[in-house]
Design a protein around this ligand. Structure first.
Ligand SMILES: [Zn+2]
Length: 88
């Protein structure tokens, strides 16, 4: 049964990012339960969630937003530094 795990496309729990699930191999319409956060998914819901929320993609978007924020913050910082210098 261990081969069953490694052979399948890897599923990740969209709630806690765990890869360990409990499910019934003989019942494909059964539910899949995340063993870390105990959330229960239908097989389809979990598949959809994994197609939408691939963690790497999410991180890339986050990094883009973060770097934009850092750039904006630097601009603000520069303005403030220039402003402070006038007072010295
Ligand atoms: Zn989970």
């Amino acid at each position: 049964m261990k081969d069953e795990y490694s052979g399948n496309a890897e599923m990740i729990c969209p709630v806690c990012n765990s890869k360990i699930f409990e499910y019934d191999d003989e019942n494909l319409k059964g539910f899949i339960k995340c063993l870390r956060c105990n959330k229960i998914y239908s097989r389809n819901a979990l598949l959809k969630a994994n197609k939408k929320n691939i963690p790497v993609e999410v991180n890339q978007i986050k990094n883009k937003v973060a770097s934009k924020f850092v750039n904006d913050f630097k601009k603000i910082l520069k303005k403030n530094v220039g402003y402070n210098k006038k007072f010295k």
